[in-house]
Design a protein around this ligand. Structure first.
Ligand SMILES: C[S@@+](CC[C@H](N)C(=O)[O-])C[C@H]1O[C@@H](n2cnc3c(N)ncnc32)[C@H](O)[C@@H]1O
Length: 268
């Protein structure tokens, strides 16, 4: 039995992200990957690490730009999909690692660019994750990531999940990474040229309930929340009602439109 609460949390995270089918959600993160790769100025020959690669949308896009790419993720089931996706794209040369952003299995200063799209934000200890991401980066190299702002749709949905199924003590809220003040403080003196941009994710949907049911079927944290509330139907219904209410604020003309935050900075 695991007695380290952080190891236990990560083991649960691994199980959670394997639930549903994140590959179907990744249809929507694919467009963001194009934006992040352009924003991070990925170019040929760069050594690039994609942390929390999932099904590999950022890694495969960076490889298409000519970079030498390594993708790392906690969840082997998603890495298996990433390998398949890379094959389809003709990029068998991407190196895939099962691993944890809080303990990267790489030497110091071995990447030109460290990317993370909605990945490192799920590490329970942000200060450990950011120290690791900067450690493996060359001086003068770039760190760039996409995160969900707390005041936007996904941020608000994660807050609702935490309200109904509170995380263990000592686990930071992932959506803090969507706050530019907190991002600046976490990156600290180790970086310069901090720059932000926002983008809009668009998801077609016939009703708020359609999208919520899609999320409940496909995205691990939503699947897990339904499982956790299953024994208390009144609470589950209350969570679903609050989720639908939030979703309805972002739906216009059969499209749910919501913002993400991009950050980039140069390691000193
Ligand atoms: C929302 S998905 C994003 C996947 C992909 N980057 C994308 O944009 O489609 C979050 C990913 O972070 C991974 N993850 C969560 N905690 C992690 C950790 N501590 N270390 C590495 N990966 C982690 C999950 O396994 C999952 O694949």
């Amino acid at each position: 039995m695991n007695t380290d609460p952080m190891a236990e949390f990560k083991s649960k995270q691994r199980e959670t992200w394997a639930l549903g089918n994140f590959g179907d959600m990744a249809v929507f993160t694919t467009a963001v990957a194009g934006h992040l790769v352009r924003f991070a100025k990925v170019s040929g020959g760069q050594a690039v690490l994609d942390v929390g690669t999932g099904t590999g949308v950022v890694a495969i896009t960076a490889c298409r730009m000519g970079a030498k790419v390594t993708g790392l993720d906690l969840t082997p089931e998603l890495l298996a999909q990433a390998r398949e996706g890379a094959k389809v794209a003709g990029h068998d040369d991407i190196v895939w690692h099962e691993g944890d952003v809080e303990a990267l299995p790489f030497p110091d200063a071995c990447f030109d660019l460290v990317l993370s799209q909605f990945g490192h934000m799920f590490a329970p200890r942000p200060e450990v994750a950011v120290t690791e991401m900067l450690r493996v980066l060359n001086p003068g190299g770039m760190i760039a990531f996409a995160t969900w702002p707390g005041e936007q749709l996904i941020g608000r949905q994660f807050s609702l999940i935490a309200k109904y199924v509170p995380p263990p003590q000592g686990v930071a809220s992932p959506v803090q990474w969507g706050d530019v003040g907190i991002v600046r403080q976490r990156l600290g003196d180790g970086v310069t040229h901090l720059h932000y941009e926002r983008g809009i994710m668009q998801i077609p949907a016939l009703s708020p309930r359609h999208l919520r049911l899609f999320q409940e079927a496909k995205a691990g944290p939503f699947v897990r929340t339904v499982q956790a509330l299953q024994h208390d139907p009144a609470k589950l219904e209350a969570w679903r009602n609050e989720m639908d209410e939030v979703l309805s604020e972002y739906m216009h003309d059969n499209v749910v439109r919501h913002e993400y935050l991009l950050t980039r900075a140069i390691k000193v």
